[in-house]
Design a protein around this ligand. Structure first.
Ligand code: ADP
Length: 441
């Protein structure tokens, strides 16, 4: 286990310290970031992400706690040492690129080396190599004015690497870009991390970018709320599973009583990682969905709230998407009542026999998800399986296995594609119809 390249302990950063308008923008942030990690500072606008970045960069001294980069406190550096730190240790890219329009792309990339006294031939060769690495080889002679936003950002990425720094800070690097350019820039950052083995810190409020990261640091109101590892990535940091599971378990085991701790963790992360919506939208959706689950609003009001623009207090979702969402949620909630009734009797031990009517009703709901016709044997097998799953006698995986298994082998013989639809639907029903607090066995 290497030493952390960045160490933050109880970090506190205050604007206008000692003045009337003093404001603590960051409070009690403790985190270790390891060499070669790709991490995200994630959270809604104003939560203090950029503030920490300025502190890391050596331009905003913390008012409390500890900030170490490569084992040293940059605020003890002399002016010269600080220049070396800001060029050789940390590279940075901003949302607004900050390229100089009156000089060529090559010169923009090579500029930091001019100040470092590197000879023109050498710095131009290096700048060209970097441009080529980020897919910009043929644009070197152009001026930034003649490039697209995505191309400008890739020039900025090349420039940030010109002094070969150990750490790259990227402040909302794709905030101004379309989705294709966003992917190109994110791929460039991934290259810097994977091939150059640099530590990359990205500041973002876009959940879609979290899949690039080893770990995600969630911020809210100046505090770091939690650190979540990305299960898709091989971790560099040692993960304190217990610590993660406490918070994950508390929140999620209530929702997914059938899942074990690892499954809960994965579900939570994948949920975050697969969202196309930004953090503000997700929060609004959660708020409205809760109202819907508590039956405080109806399907129509839910759909309207989802489609209302963010600045007017809605979730800012496309109208067609909001309609589909409200339809699905309403459908699940209505039918989940049956699952709820079943579970209640089951848990109260007043459960006698197989509660035939309820199981039949549930089976009918689920059978409706299947686009073909089910034979009598298939219906009977499905009903048996539906009963076993709701009673907790089989896991979700076993449920799926039996759905696709051939009739001869005792299964329902449903095609895999249909099986996924049916399982997803049933699991959502079970979640909404669940009574237990969850134990995540
Ligand atoms: P984020 O990067 O997450 O959007 P910031 O770090 O920019 O958030 O801001 C965090 C908080 O600090 C905000 O409430 C913001 O208004 C405040 N803030 C930022 N810069 C200053 C400043 N120069 N003076 C006073 N308050 C500031």
């Amino acid at each position: 286990m290497p030493e952390p390249i960045i160490k933050l302990k109880d970090l506190e950063i205050t604007y206008n310290l000692g003045k009337e308008n003093e404001f603590k923008a960051t409070l009690g942030v403790t985190a270790d970031i390891y060499p070669g990690e790709f991490v995200a500072f994630f959270g809604p606008s104003g939560c203090g992400k950029s503030t920490i970045m300025y502190s890391l960069l050596g331009i905003l001294e913390p008012s409390g706690g500890q900030l170490l980069v490569k084992g040293a406190n940059p605020y003890t550096y002399s002016a010269e040492e600080m220049v070396a730190f800001q060029t050789k240790t940390i590279g940075i890219i901003y949302q607004a690129f900050f390229l100089i329009n009156s000089i060529s792309v090559i010169d923009n990339v090579a500029l930091p080396q001019i100040f470092a006294g590197v000879q023109p031939a050498k710095r131009n060769k290096w700048a060209k190599e970097l441009l080529s690495k980020f897919g910009m080889a043929e644009h070197g002679e152009k001026f930034p004015d003649n490039l697209s936003g995505g191309q400008c950002q890739r020039v900025a990425v090349a420039r940030s690497m010109v002094n070969n720094p150990d750490i790259l800070l990227a402040d909302e690097p794709t905030g101004n870009l379309d989705s294709i350019s966003t992917k190109q820039v994110m791929d460039s950052l991934e290259k810097i991390n994977m091939e150059e083995k640099k530590t990359v810190i990205i500041i973002t409020h876009n959940a879609a970018q979290l899949s690039y990261c080893h770990r995600v640091f969630y911020f809210k109101d100046g505090r770091m709320q939690r650190i979540a590892p990305n299960p898709e990535k091989k971790q560099i940091a040692k993960i304190d599973r217990q610590k993660i599971l406490v918070t994950e378990m508390q929140r999620l085991s209530k929702i997914y009583p059938y899942l074990n701790p690892i499954e809960l963790k994965v579900k939570s992360m994948v949920n975050y990682l697969t969202q196309d919506f930004d953090f503000d939208q997700i929060l609004k959706m959660e708020e409205f969905t809760q109202l819907m689950i508590e039956r405080k609003i109806d399907k129509k009001e839910y759909s309207k709230l989802l489609a209302t623009p963010l600045r007017k207090g809605g979730a800012g979702v496309d109208e067609s998407v909001s309609k589909t969402m409200s339809f699905r949620v309403d459908d699940i909630l209505t039918q989940a009542d049956d699952a709820m009734r079943f579970r209640r009797r089951f848990m109260d031990n007043t459960f006698i026999g197989r509660e035939k009517d309820l199981v039949q009703k549930l089976t009918d709901h689920i059978a409706k998800q299947y686009s073909g016709d089910l034979s009598r044997v298939q219906k009977r097998r499905l009903k048996d399986l539906v009963y076993k799953r709701i009673a907790g006698l089989v896991s979700k995986e076993e449920f799926e296995d039996y759905l696709v298994l051939s009739l001869e082998e005792g299964g329902v013989e449903i095609p895999i594609k249909e099986m996924k639809k049916m399982t997803l639907y049933y699991e959502k029903l079970l979640t909404q119809g669940s009574l237990d607090k969850g134990h995540g066995h």
